[in-house]
Design a protein around this ligand. Structure first.
Ligand SMILES: [Zn+2]
Length: 132
């Protein structure tokens, strides 16, 4: 594995992560290069000593335009928001389900209270008709 800065063939000694989550590895010489890239973009980059180098091949760092950095950051933020929204949806769905099953447990039409004053007591009607 080589330093992921384009054109560099040094063995990477540092693992880095862009603010938007993209990772890579670079040599000591390119740390400041990437840091200045990051400050150009107004984004952070985190470096870690090489022990955490992953096995996959990260994308080569080419000229990273501020637009591209901004879009990637925006994308990462949107992904984060979508994830949170999905969690909220999950919670709300669980709540809805809970409330629905509570409602289902209740008797459909309670025979007391609101319905009884309007209609006569159930025992009265047949007796009244029979006496006439
Ligand atoms: Zn390098």
């Amino acid at each position: 594995m080589e330093c992921t800065v384009e054109g560099c063939e040094e063995t990477p000694t540092l693992h880095f992560t862009w603010a938007w989550g993209e990772e890579g590895a670079c040599c000591d010489a390119h740390r400041s290069y990437l840091e200045s890239k990051a400050s150009q973009l107004g984004r952070t980059i985190a470096f870690e000593r090489g022990s955490t180098l992953r096995d996959y091949k990260p994308p080569v760092v080419r000229d990273l335009s501020p637009e591209l950095g901004a879009l990637r950051m925006q994308n990462a933020e949107l992904m984060e928001r979508v994830k949170k929204d999905q969690e909220t949806i999950g919670l709300l769905e669980a709540k809805i389900y809970e409330l629905q099953s509570k409602l289902a447990d209740q008797p459909a039409a309670p025979p007391t209270a609101e319905s009884s004053p309007a209609s006569p007591p159930s025992g009265a009607a047949p007796r009244a008709r029979g006496s006439r």
